[in-house]
Design a protein around this ligand. Structure first.
Ligand SMILES: Cc1cc2nc3c(=O)[nH]c(=O)nc-3n(C[C@H](O)[C@H](O)[C@H](O)COP(=O)(O)O)c2cc1C
Length: 209
């Protein structure tokens, strides 16, 4: 437990789901992980990308011309110390929705942050490809991607109507991603870690990609 229940934590963990589908299992799983993070003592916020009018990232030089919702998203993610990224496996990779949202952001939102990963698939092979890609993306953004991750294969079998996971072991694994992001985000705020982080963030920008 990071704080006792009467203390307000100043650590924020946000969750993003790469599925906009109503009844998305990815969104359900991200919310379960966020609940566990909250139980561990941090503040949490599920960022519902359905509520943001985003555009495709086109690499424009003048980013200020992007719509306001792009900046709303950037502000929200910037304010977090931990981020849970959930994605469905789409054609052997992460969803375009999540990749585009990440592409609209960058180092300002991700560098030095704790990231937890959750992948969901319809097939029995799980979401390993999407998770591997996300881990690479996190590295490119100089984020700390925690080792614990979850791949939820055949998701359609595993959730009940209320959005809970029926299998206790899997449920605990999803929760553990949330707890670990919360714990490590908290640890990153300790004095020694702040000193280390400022040296890390003072390293040359994007050294070697
Ligand atoms: C465009 C698209 C591509 C998909 N590709 C795969 C795939 O490669 N492997 C797989 O197991 N399931 C695949 N699926 C199934 C999804 O992973 C599955 O429906 C999942 O539950 C979607 O996540 P959601 O419930 O959060 O919307 C695909 C679904 C869509 C719509």
């Amino acid at each position: 437990m990071i704080k006792n229940k009467n203390e307000e934590s100043n650590i924020l963990v946000v969750g993003l789901s790469g599925s906009l589908r109503e009844g998305s299992y990815t969104s359900m799983a991200v919310k379960i992980a966020l609940e566990a993070a909250q139980e561990a003592g941090v503040q949490t916020d599920f960022i519902d990308l359905n509520k943001y009018s985003l555009v495709f990232c086109d690499g424009r030089r003048e980013e200020s011309t992007y719509p306001e919702d792009v900046f709303k998203l950037k502000r929200k993610v910037s304010s977090a110390q931990g981020i849970i990224l959930g994605t469905p496996e789409y054609h052997g990779g992460l969803s375009g929705v999540l990749k585009n949202a990440v592409d609209l952001m960058g180092f300002d939102e991700f560098e030095g942050k704790m990231i937890g990963l959750i992948g969901v698939s319809g097939g029995s092979m799980g979401a390993a490809n999407a998770l591997i890609s996300l881990r690479n993306i996190g590295r490119a953004l100089h984020a700390w991607i925690i080792p614990e991750q979850v791949s939820i294969g055949e998701a359609w079998k595993l959730f009940d109507e209320t959005g809970e996971i029926k299998d206790n072991k899997l449920n605990q694994r999803v929760k553990e991603v949330g707890r670990q992001v919360a714990r490590f985000a908290y640890l990153h705020t300790s004095e020694q870690t702040k000193e280390f982080l400022s040296a890390w963030e003072g390293a040359p920008k994007n050294p070697g990609g």
